[in-house]
Design a protein around this ligand. Structure first.
Ligand SMILES: Cc1ncc(COP(=O)(O)O)c(C=O)c1O
Length: 392
């Protein structure tokens, strides 16, 4: 039997730069202690009161099919939170609950693109983006950013690709760079979207992890609510990665179609997960800040460690749980550096090349281990970079 082209070409061929990650996994399986700084997942687990609420809901019988668009309670809660955070009036009719942000990304592209349409995304990018676009039989096209701009996209670069495109996917705070898009960047992006009639798909799953500046949702910019689909999730804000609960926010008439799409694809999210999400969101911004706090602390550690040397450059890390480090002074590619660091020091980081072309000569460090271990690993990484730079 022959598989569809869509399935066969989903990853675009090749390893997509996951070699270092897979090598680290093999080393760990063989018993080598590896310091794992590759994964975008908290080092804490979902809080016990959230799990207790999930248990209460399941034991209370909320184990059957749930409402496909999401429960009224969760849609209302997400809508209220969105209105409060962005100032854009939002009701449950603007919200579809999805099995995680990833499903929301897929659904949003299915809404925006027909087969063969060009869908733009920003390089460096979150690993699943091109495959998600191929998954709806659209054609992914990367718009490059530059390290010297701290990876803020330039509107002119997007405009150059816009004439034959249907959609643009952005992500702020950004994985992998930690960049938070400025108001000026977002104004420029909004302008291009309006001029070229593009859908804007705004991945805001890190919106509670902002260390510098403020998170601006482009849906709040003039004229943008009608063409913006916002992707959100409980994964990063509430340490609920395994619960698979996210959402899309968009115009009412679009959400109505996406509910039909969800009926024919996911059939919704389990009721007890949705109830626990209502409980978690009900804990308010203080709880969200508590979940985000370790990354802010570790960013301060990184600023202290890296501030004392000048071999490695650090992209400002304005948000999210990652550091993007410029290791070009070593004369090595991100790939070679990450491989050598893993082989010689048993520290696993992601090569910048795993996230596209724009972050070549960089490595991404996830701030996802305890503070002391993180500081020790960063010191070893720095010393290694200095040795490599001297030899270069
Ligand atoms: C930028 C970005 N978007 C979306 C996701 C998907 O998150 P989830 O499907 O767990 O909500 C991730 C996960 O790492 C991410 O980094």
């Amino acid at each position: 039997m022959t598989l569809s082209q869509r399935m066969q070409t989903l990853t675009g061929g090749g390893s997509d730069g996951w070699d270092v990650f897979l090598k680290a996994r093999r080393m760990i399986a063989e018993g080598t202690p590896v310091v794992e700084l590759t994964i975008g997942e908290h080092d804490i687990r979902t809080a016990a009161p959230i799990l207790q609420d999930m248990h209460r809901s399941a034991m209370g019988g909320h184990t059957g099919y749930a409402m496909v668009p999401g429960t009224d309670a969760l849609r209302d809660m997400v809508a209220r939170r969105t209105s409060e955070r962005t100032g854009v009036p939002t009701t449950r009719d603007n919200v579809l609950i999805t099995p995680g942000g990833q499903s929301a990304l897929f659904t949003a592209h299915a809404a925006a693109c027909d087969p063969g349409d060009t869908a733009l995304y920003i390089d460096p990018y979150y690993a699943t983006y091109p495959g998600t676009i191929r998954g709806v039989s659209a054609v992914p096209r990367a718009v490059q950013t530059r390290a010297e701009d701290a990876f803020q996209p330039r509107a002119a670069d997007i405009a150059a690709h816009a004439p034959d495109a249907r959609s643009l996917l952005i992500n702020s705070p950004n994985n992998p760079t930690g960049t938070v898009y400025s108001r000026a960047t977002l104004d420029g992006i909004a302008q291009v979207c309006m001029e070229h009639d593009l859908w804007l798909i705004s991945d805001e799953v890190y919106d509670t992890q902002v260390w510098e500046g403020a998170h601006v949702s482009p849906r709040a910019l003039p004229g943008m609510a009608e063409r913006t689909l916002v992707v959100g999730s409980m994964s990063k804000s509430h340490a609920m990665t395994g619960s698979r609960c996210g959402w899309i926010i968009g115009p009412e008439e679009v959400i109505a179609h996406l509910i039909t799409f969800a009926t024919h694809t996911t059939y919704g999210v389990p009721g007890f997960i949705q109830d626990a999400s209502v409980f978690a969101l009900g804990q308010g911004p203080d709880f969200e800040a508590e979940i985000a706090a370790p990354f802010l602390r570790r960013r301060a550690i990184a600023q202290r460690v890296l501030g004392a040397q000048n071999t490695i450059g650090m992209i400002p890390a304005q948000g999210a749980m990652y550091l993007m480090l410029d290791i070009r002074a070593t004369g090595m590619s991100g790939d070679d550096f990450a491989n050598a660091l893993l082989d010689q020091h048993h520290i696993a980081v992601m090569p910048g090349e795993s996230f596209g072309n724009a972050a070549a000569g960089h490595v991404r460090v996830a701030m996802t281990i305890d503070d002391a271990g993180f500081e020790a690993a960063l010191r070893r990484l720095t010393a290694f970079a200095e040795t490599c730079a001297r030899a270069a």
